[in-house]
Design a protein around this ligand. Sequence first.
Ligand code: ZN
Length: 385
Amino acid sequence: MITLAVLWLLPNLAFGQSCGANAFSNPAARSGVFATNAVTIAAVGDVMTHRAVQRNAASLDRGYGAHYASVAPFLSRADITIGNLETPLAENLLPGGRETTAPPRTIFDDRVYSGYPTFNAHPSLAAALKSAGFDVLQTANNHALDRGPAGVDRTIAALRSAGLSHTGTRARSDLAAPWHTIVRSGGRRIAILACTFSVNGLSDPNRQALRCFSQQDEVLGTISALARSSSVDAVLFTPHWGEEYSLTPNRRQRQLARAALDAGAAAVIGAHPHVLQPVERYTTRDGRPAFIAYSMGNFISSQWSIPRRNSAILFFDLVRSGGQMIARSPRYLPTRVMPYRTGGWRIMPTEVTPDGAAGIAHVTRMLGAEGRLGLADLGARVACN
Ligand SMILES: [Zn+2]
């Protein structure tokens, strides 16, 4: 494990005012943020590419990379970082998957690369996510088929060429591929399995996206087999589910989450509602402590109400306990999407944003005060002018 002795200087956090006014420290969270001999996971919610997000990336020299610059040190801190990619990355495909040719250097044209209701983002987003610290992107979500079957193929290819793993979808060239991915860290092998409740009614003739509920037996069977496998140390389950903008999980979420944990998953981390939903502790039938983060909200989007623009990076350790690895209680760093005046879209640690108090209050209400982290807890220091 990397020690926390290093102080990071967050890039570009100068607001021309007293940054300390919004700083807070939560000493209770300091101890055991990152345990020794653990595999530390960071997880975030939906990476949305609404039109305004794409338009902004197209206007910046650093493209999508600029959006993640202020949170990259934290995403990179974990051994394995996971997010939900709520868009195809399908070069030269129109809605439905029709082939075309976008002019060179096109990042956004509202045609090939478009926002709601059928998303497609330029494949350069993959390299930006990799540089920001992501390791695994969930590709099973309701927008997975927004560029048709070919779009699923090209998204997987774009992620792979950027050095990223994916879970929850399959390319047509390899329809027998596992739905999960396995990431190695420090000699440990962590399996991650994603599924989606829906593909928005779009055609999926090759069954390229794993469905959480209509394929529930396959979902739970896969978790169970992975958990029993001697070559897997822990299983994480990342379902795409729930009701948009609802602050509470529904009955189907609760049932599937608990079934997944009882089948052998160490933790469940969900997304789709575009707002945070609570974290719930759960003890499995075989006595393992586990947790469910029902929805991690929007990590980046062009949605501006307090619940939709404030989210968090969830951190937790997988530690050896008896013959298996268990998930310790999660901690989180509140984050906020800023339509930053001079630099465009940017995800920021909320405590350094000039108007973040209400956001921190909301995130704390949803995820609990106990696990909240400040920058100081993570050994970070903020540069202000
Ligand atoms: Zn969704």
